[in-house]
Structure formats: structure tokens, C-alpha cells
Design a protein around this ligand. Structure first.
Ligand SMILES: Cc1ncc(COP(=O)(O)O)c(C=O)c1O
Length: 424
């Protein structure tokens, strides 16, 4: 499609957009009384209007039923989490028994490492991306230390080539081969938080397995954003947060995937708790742990229903719309944003370098823009003028045109505000 940098053209795209009606299902903050252009759904998604009803329902059941709510609430609390299995499994491409919700992302990665990072004399190294999200770096460092290894030896990072912003797939595959028999685990973010680069989960997982390693993924920036087929791609485990693309609210619960081939493995260590115990016998208060067969068997505590309520509202919305439709719009609106950036770039005296891959296969709902010749004041100008984006050192703004609620006209309008911010 040939794009045009005009309001009329953007409006035309909005008129043809089957998802446009969902924009009205979200609550947008306002700046100077005007609805913002929201580019930070990759950090914290907007609040869906329907979410409050899900939370109110739990508050009311708690008020009216108190402890009886565990069994007699509108959606009983004791198995509330089971409502996620079906919709969540569709979002990440899994069987319902392979997904669960619990805790928060970094906590879950730690818990999954208990099961899946089992270093042996020769095979003890973990391969990850250089400049991974800091929490992942701290998590992996503390895990290898916990097992008595030196992070400088046990952690192998895959670097970008000199002068390049993204990691080449061929370099990841080569590194996996090179570490070979010493490789215990590959653990990478499915979408890099800084550049927005999407990694080839299927190929990397296969290469890790060929080397005899376990392969896990941090899907914080991938869940609800990219097409995932975790079961078919044979991923061992994965975890994600729900507050970014999945719009579940600040700091909210994480989701986990554990491939079914691990479910019955009695040799896997896990930190156990009563909520992972055989559902039919949980309230018999038996002394010996008998895990639920499935990802729910990794749960530890009874679940925080008030935080699951907004997450449930979100997964049900995703189920109604479907990832396919979201991905179709995502690709088009991201391409339109890219076009707008290039158009404005031609009109102003500074250059924007989009460091996210230009290949649609290697990117999703994020363009990271390196501002040559412009700095933080431009970012602050955007924020003051109703463009909500974020700043990452040394000179990058990240723009996520989330397909659920961003419009094509937003992209056009953003271009105009950006131009004004530079040339005055
Ligand atoms: C890629 C990635 N990993 C891990 C985290 C940490 O998440 P949490 O604070 O929920 O543990 C984040 C948070 O933004 C992230 O983007």
C-alpha cells in the first residue's frame, strides 16, 4: 500500500480498520483536556473500561459472601485461575494445561529456574542476549551464584556486531553450537525491550535442543504482541507479565508456560505449595505434596483474586478479538508510523534512526527511534503536548502503536507534533 502523510489518508485507514471500535473500550489519559496519543502500551497498557466491573464483582462477592466466596462467588475464587487456561493458551499457542497464572514475572522466572536450570559438572552455562532487561540479568546472575558458579564463566552473552543495533540470528545459532556440550540453558527475551527486535523462537529453541540444552523465554514484550506457538515450537518454559500489551494493570500477575512433556517428570525440582497440590485432595491437608499434572502444579499460594480480575477482563478481550486480527493491524499501523517518521525526517534538519529492524518478520508493535541531534528536551516537548512515549538512555524514544487502541490518525497527528517540536 502507498501511504500518504495527510490527515484525510489516516482517517481513511481508520475507517477501514475493523478494530477501530475497540479504541472506545479503553480509557485514555488527557493532557490539556485532550486525549493523549499513547505509545507506551509496551510498558503499561491502557485500562479497558470493562475491567472495573470485574474488580467490582470480586469486591461485592467479598462484601456479601466473605469466606464463602471461595466456593459460592459468581466466579468462585478457589479455581478462578482456571478461567485463564483456555483464552491464555490461545494467546501463547499452548494447550490449556500448559499455561497458568501466578506471582510476577521475575519471581516466576526464578521459580522456573528451580525446575529447569540443573547444572552438571560439564553442562552448566546459560546463554542469553547481551543487554537483556536488567531484571533478567540480575535473575540469571543470582541463579548461577546460587549453584556455586561464577557469572563471568557460567553466563555467555550474545553480542551485537560492532556498529549494529540488533543481534543476528546466525550469531545466536553459532554461539549455541560453540558452547555446545557446556550449554545447560538458553534464556532470551522473545522481543528485546530496547530495540523491539523479535527473535526467532522456533529456530533458536530447536538449536538449543540440538545442543542438548533447555530453552526458556522471557515473553514480557511478546505476550499479546506477537504470534506465539509455544507448544509446537517445543519451548520448555516461558513466563510473561500481563501489564504491557495485555492491559491488566500496574505490576500485575504473570503467566507461565511449561511444556506438557515436563508435567509428569517427578525428577524436576520445584518449590511447592498447597495451591500446586492435587486439586481434588487439596483440602484434605495431607502431608505429602502431589502436584497437579500441568502448569498449575507450579502454583504455590492461593491466588490474589483482586489482581487476577483485571487480567481476566483482558484475556477475555483478547479471546474475543483474536491475535490474528491484532497482528494484521499491528503490522499495518507500525508500517504507517515508520512511513510518517521517514516523511518528517525529510522535512526537518535532524535525523531519526529507527533502530528496530525494518523487516516486519523481526519486529512487532514497537519502533525504537534514536534521535540524532535531538535530545531529552524533544521527549519532554512530546510529553507536554500529549504524546506519551518513553525515554531510554542515551537517546532513544520507544513508540508502540498498540493495535488495540491506537489509531492511524494518532500516527499522523504525532508526526505533526514531532515536526513542530523540532522546527518550532
Ligand atoms: C523483558 C522484561 N523482563 C522482566 C521484566 C520485569 O518484570 P517484573 O517486574 O514484573 O518482574 C520486565 C519489566 O518491564 C521486562 O520488560
Amino acid at each position: 500500500m502507498t501511504f500518504q502523510n495527510t490527515r484525510d489518508f489516516a482517517k481513511q485507514l481508520d475507517a477501514q480498520d475493523h478494530l477501530a471500535k475497540y479504541r472506545d473500550e479503553f480509557i485514555f489519559p488527557k493532557v490539556d483536556g485532550k486525549q493523549v496519543i499513547y505509545f507506551t502500551g509496551n510498558s503499561l497498557g491502557l485500562q479497558p473500561k470493562r475491567t472495573k466491573a470485574y474488580v467490582d464483582e470480586v469486591m461485592e462477592d467479598w462484601a456479601n459472601l466473605a469466606v464463602e466466596g471461595h466456593f459460592y462467588a459468581e466466579k468462585p475464587w478457589w479455581d478462578y485461575h482456571e478461567r485463564f487456561a483456555e483464552p491464555l493458551s490461545k494467546i501463547v499457542g499452548a494447550k490449556p494445561s500448559e499455561v497458568t497464572v501466578m506471582n510476577t514475572l521475575t519471581v516466576n522466572l526464578h521459580l522456573l529456574m528451580v525446575s529447569f536450570y540443573r547444572p552438571q559438572a560439564k553442562r552448566y552455562k546459560i546463554l542469553c542476549e547481551a543487554k537483556a532487561f536488567p531484571s533478567d540479568q540480575y535473575m540469571i546472575q543470582s541463579q548461577v551464584r546460587h549453584h556455586g558458579y561464577d557469572p563471568n564463566d557460567a553466563i555467555v552473552e550474545i553480542h551485537r556486531r560492532e556498529g549494529e543495533h540488533n543481534i543476528r540470528l546466525e550469531d545466536i545459532l553459532a554461539k549455541i553450537k560453540e558452547v555446545g556440550e557446556e550449554l545447560a540453558m538458553v534464556l532470551i527475551g522473545g522481543v528485546n525491550y530496547y530495540t523491539g527486535q523479535v527473535f526467532d523462537i522456533r529456530k533458536i529453541t530447536r538449536a538449543g535442543h540440538d545442543a542438548g540444552a533447555i530453552v526458556g523465554w522471557d515473553l514480557a514484550h511478546a505476550a499479546g504482541n506477537i504470534k506465539l506457538e509455544l507448544h509446537d515450537w517445543d519451548v520448555d518454559f516461558a513466563a510473561w507479565c500481563s501489564y504491557k500489551y495485555m492491559n491488566s494493570g500496574p505490576g500485575n500477575a504473570s503467566g507461565c508456560f511449561i511444556h506438557e512433556r515436563h508435567h509428569a517428570d517427578k525428577d524436576l525440582n520445584r518449590f511447592a505449595g498447597w495451591w500446586g497440590h492435587n486439586k481434588a485432595r487439596r483440602f484434605k491437608m495431607e502431608p505429602d505434596f502431589d502436584p497437579v499434572q500441568g502448569a498449575d502444579g507450579w502454583q504455590i499460594s492461593n491466588l490474589p483474586i483482586l489482581t487476577l480480575a483485571p487480567y481476566l477482563a483482558s484475556v477475555e478481550m483478547f479471546a474475543a478479538v483474536g491475535m490474528e486480527a491484532l497482528i494484521k493491524k499491528r503490522d499495518n499501523i507500525t508500517a504507517y508510523l515508520e512511513f510518517i517518521l521517514h516523511e518528517i525526517d525529510k522535512e526537518v534538519d535532524s535525523t531519526f534512526e529507527i533502530i528496530t529492524p525494518s523487516n516486519p518478520e523481526e519486529r512487532a508493535s514497537q519502533l525504537s527511534v534514536f534521535l540524532h541531534g535531538e535530545g531529552r528536551p524533544l521527549f519532554e516537548y512530546l510529553m507536554k503536548n500529549g504524546v506519551i512515549t518513553d525515554w531510554r538512555e542515551p537517546n532513544v524514544i520507544r513508540l508502540a502503536p498498540v493495535p488495540f487502541y491506537c489509531s492511524y490518525e494518532d500516527m499522523y497527528e504525532f508526526g505533526q507534533i514531532l515536526k513542530k517540536g523540532i522546527i518550532g
